[in-house]
Ligand binder design. Structure first.
Ligand code: KG4
Ligand code: ZN
Length: 370
């Protein structure tokens, strides 16, 4: 067995995250086969709070905040792991997509570290990496799994993969843990972005997804007063997503409730029960679209054996329950603590087969647009 240790950096949006993760491979299998076991030695995620007053992420603020935090957090990660920089076998970093200023802080830090210790650097696609924890691990709990060797248990392939976050909504067909075909993505907004915007409209704090989920739980059982449509206008598009129309329907509903047909509005003043019912109806529609797209993909691609779900919205408990109720296939959600942006997923993705740790200069091509 050979053990490899990576330090990973994630700074694509508003989380500054550093992790040190080990993987145990059958001798000679690194970059050829998946590891047998993995061990997270440190997992640090600092969510930037300075955006809250703006109700959304401000790119310039995000970049400056990463700049302040990245070095202290990397030192803290090494101290917590009990590992010095010399003991690392490489550095993994999110190359994109993401906010360019924020990405530059992480990538330049990682490049500097890799040069200083003379170890390879691998650039990782953030959207692909969201899936890695769900692919490799059945569970991961920060309260008791840090420092523990965990068995790698891959799902059965072919699998459908849904990455659903604040910036992305991707449905892919996974042939195995490294080869995938993109089936569809969003035509406009991502699902998490719609959660955030509706939450903001209802006066909930940023990021709105978890707050909206909590509010929806308080809705009355008789919800006939609100119903939102999610069908895509293009009926031939069976694997794509669209959330801008849903956002507009919610906006129109809030306008009607407030009696303000035009101009700037804020739903904060709506009665609590109305806000809760709107939140519930929105969530039903938003999650319904995700499940509908998965069902189409199951119908269109014979022999699907499992479903893998990751990204911030995968933390939604109602989604977990609803999807499990709708399918007999194995459903693998990313562990709760690894749904939102984090560096552990970046390290885990770097341990998948086919990741080239020996590329002398991973930034010589830039394949990921925003
Ligand atoms: O993956 P992530 O941390 O960042 C991106 O790569 O975008 O996802 C963040 C998104 C936000 O839009 C947030 O509101 C949403 O995930 N989110 C949720 C929940 N928890 C986080 N959406 C719905 N329900 C949740 N419980
Ligand atoms: Zn993300």
């Amino acid at each position: 067995m050979s053990i490899k240790t990576l330090l990973a950096v994630e700074t694509s949006c508003d989380e500054t995250s550093v992790a040190i993760v080990q993987a145990a491979f059958t001798e000679g299998a690194w970059q050829i086969k998946s590891p047998e076991r993995v061990r997270v030695l440190s997992h640090i995620v600092e969510s930037q709070t300075s955006h809250a007053v703006f109700g959304g992420v401000v790119p310039e603020v995000a970049a400056r905040d990463h700049l302040l935090k990245i070095t202290p957090l990397a030192l803290q990660a090494m101290a917590e792991a009990g590992i010095s920089a010399d003991a690392l076998d490489g550095v993994a970093v999110t190359l994109g997509p993401g906010l360019i200023g924020a990405l530059m802080v992480g990538t330049l830090f990682a490049q500097g570290l890799s040069l200083a210790i003379n170890k390879p650097l691998v650039g990782i696609n953030h959207v692909d990496a969201h899936l890695a924890p769900a692919l490799l691990l059945r569970s991961f709990n920060t309260a008791h799994d840090i420092g523990q060797w965990l068995p790698v248990e891959l799902p059965t392939f072919p699998a459908l993969a849904l990455t659903v976050s604040g910036g992305h909504c991707h449905l892919s067909l996974l042939h195995n843990e490294k080869d995938r075909t993109l089936l569809g993505c969003t035509a406009d907004d991502a699902c998490g972005e719609a959660f955030d915007k509706v939450a903001k409209l209802l006066g909930l704090p940023y990021p709105g997804g978890p707050h909206l989920e909590k509010l929806a739980l308080t809705a009355a059982t008789n919800l006939s007063s609100f119903k939102f449509r999610t069908a895509l206008t293009d009926k031939t598009n069976r694997h794509g997503f669209s959330y801008s129309g849903l956002k507009t329907q919610v906006l129109d509903t809030v306008r009607r409730q407030l009696g303000h047909p035009v101009g700037k509005i804020q739903g904060t003043s709506l009665p609590e029960n109305i806000k809760a019912n709107i939140a519930h109806a929105f969530q039903e529609a938003a999650l319904g679209q995700l499940i509908d797209r998965l069902q189409n993909a199951i119908e269109d691609h014979h022999g699907i054996r499992s479903i893998v779900v990751a990204g911030g919205v995968a933390a939604n408990k109602m989604f977990r329950t609803k999807l499990a109720e709708q399918t007999n296939l194995e459903v693998r959600f990313a562990p709760m603590s690894l749904c939102s942006d984090n560096a552990t997923m970046i390290a885990l993705h770097a341990f998948l087969p086919g990741m080239n740790m020996n590329s002398p200069h991973p930034f010589s091509r830039y394949p990921y647009s925003s």
